[in-house]
Design a protein around this ligand. Structure first.
Ligand code: NAD
Length: 492
């Protein structure tokens, strides 16, 4: 649901597109309201760009590509390191902007989102200085080596839940290896991408290497995925949108990476370190109001410990401090949009119809303060008693809602864990090492965390199976995705 700007709101600060190193208004002159989720009120305007703005970005990116792709890696690295430093210098400004734009707690933006954005630039800035090319000797006949070259213009499309964290996770590897890029942040959370452009300019990133075009998915996103000159698409978002991106890119033979939705299992065995499992499960259920694609929204607990787990888990969740996201003490902020809030409420009602018991939460409480009286708040909600195969246990809610289900055996819980269309991540809590390895082998997910959650080493492959995506990002995988391998074969 987009909210077009009204005459009264015309005086709100305007975010601008960043094309060819300049801040520009959308060619069509149209803007959308950018709503602060904590208040439900518009606080800035975001360009409602269209295909013409994307075309201008393509021209800028195409013009500078020959120069940027030939720029020595050491120089590209230096500029990216400078970007990382400047994000760190402006951490407070970025964190406040991210919190205001998304409704996430300021403390989370300060400790996770913005430091990670800086790390993304730093990581790929140095990664390109340490890569190796393969060589293959063909017995007495030839010698082969692999050239990995930038592919041209990369289209980078990201969602609203971790705006700068995820956009920089795409921008950094794409431009580090010598591509130019056109990025489209979510229209719901455009602010930190806008601030990033200032930082890129200050860092000396040449004009046109990074272009940011703001607007909706059907207009700007579709113009990017359908543009014949944008041969590489890295997309993170929902599975339904991912399908559209694949449909648009496939006939043009684009190289596409899709990081999509999840319905991740969080499995607790009776032999787990219970304190750690409960603390970890509270985080994996409700971090960022449950709006992390990696959240463990389906908790499975071995029968022998089920009652104790539910009791202690609920006690801990009830202590989470919901409040104004800008209050540094707040642990649970607002849901990103009215539409997302309605979706969460819908699934809680559905859970009741499907036989679930609302063990905690389920209804909006009082507003944290007067400023937030119209904000999109929903309390952490815990549901028990649902059948494993019901819709609430199979469909992605992407909000502060978890279900808890008992299981009897390893074999049974693996079946439960895998019985969804998604396969993004999973957590297993057990002290039994052999069991941990056995389960890790059997679970259909791109990531299996054992006795932890959201430990993210930037070198490891990241992505999903089944409807959670196609391809992997992170470390070497990202460097490979954003380059074209060319075999050079020399006869002896
Ligand atoms: P979304 O799919 O609605 O939007 C994602 C982006 O795609 C936005 O920028 C949007 O404007 C754009 N878009 C929409 N329609 C498009 C189209 N037709 N063509 C091109 N682009 C289009 O997702 P969302 O609601 O912003 O984010 C939530 C979803 O993202 C959840 O499903 C979540 O699991 C997923 N997610 C996945 C990961 C991951 O790494 N796998 C990470 C974060 C979020």
């Amino acid at each position: 649901m987009y909210i077009r700007c009204t005459a009264v709101q015309k005086e709100l600060p305007r975010i601008q597109n960043y094309i060819g190193g300049r801040f520009v208004s959308p060619i069509g002159g149209k803007y959308l309201d950018n709503i602060e989720p904590a208040t439900g009120q518009p606080y800035s305007l975001v360009p409602e760009s269209d295909a013409r703005d994307v075309e201008a970005a393509v021209e800028a990116a195409e013009t500078v590509f020959p120069e940027w792709s030939r720029t020595p890696a050491a120089e590209r690295s230096r500029i990216l390191l400078r970007i990382a430093d400047l994000i760190e210098r402006d951490l407070e400004k970025f964190a406040r902007a991210e919190s205001t734009d998304t409704g996430k707690p300021l403390a989370l933006a300060r400790s996770l989102d913005i430091p990670r954005a800086s790390s993304n630039f730093r990581f790929f800035a140095t990664a390109i200085l340490h890569t190796e090319n393969e060589a293959h000797v063909t017995d007495g006949i030839a010698f082969n080596y692999t050239l990995r070259q930038p592919r041209g213009i990369a289209g980078l499309i990201s969602p609203w839940n971790l705006p700068l964290y995820l956009l920089s996770w795409k921008i950094a590897p794409a431009i580090a290896v010598g591509n130019t890029a056109i990025a489209k942040p979510s229209e719901l959370t455009p602010m930190t991408a806008f601030l990033l452009c200032e930082v890129c300019r200050e860092a000396g990133l040449p004009e046109g290497v990074l272009n940011i075009v703001h607007g909706t998915g059907p207009e700007v996103g579709a113009a990017i995925t359908g543009h014949p000159k944008i041969g590489t698409i890295s997309f993170t978002g929902g599975t339904v949108t991912g399908r559209k991106v694949a449909e648009a890119g496939a006939p043009l033979f684009k190289k596409i990476s899709l990081e999509l939705g999840g319905k991740n299992p969080n499995i607790i065995f009776a032999d787990a370190d219970f304190d750690a499992a409960i603390a970890g499960s509270v985080r994996s259920s409700f971090a960022n109001q449950g709006q992390v694609c990696l959240c463990g929204s389906r908790v499975f607990v071995e029968r022998a410990s089920y009652e104790e787990f539910v009791r202690r888990f609920i006690e801990r969740v009830a202590q989470l401090k919901q409040g104004d996201p800008l209050d540094p003490e707040t642990e649970q902020g607002a849901i990103v949009s009215k539409m997302q809030l309605e979706k969460v409420k819908y699934y809680v009602e559905l859970a009741k119809e499907e036989g679930g018991r609302i063990a905690l939460g389920g209804e909006r409480g009082p507003s944290p303060n007067d400023r937030c009286r119209d904000g999109y708040f929903f309390p952490p909600t815990v549901i028990t008693g649902l059948p494993v195969a019901c819709r609430v246990n199979r469909e992605e809610i992407f909000g502060p809602v978890v279900t808890i289900t008992p299981f009897e055996s390893e074999e049974e819980v693996v079946r439960y864990a895998n019985d969804v269309d998604y396969g993004l991540s999973s957590s297993v809590w057990t002290q039994n090492l052999s069991r941990a390895h056995r389960i890790a082998e059997q679970i259909h997910a791109g990531t299996v965390w054992i006795n932890c959650w959201l430990v993210r080493d930037l070198r490891v492959p990241f992505g999903g199976m089944k409807q959670s995506g196609v391809g992997r990002e992170g470390g070497e995988e990202a460097l490979r995705f954003f380059t074209e391998p060319k075999n050079v074969c020399i006869a002896r």
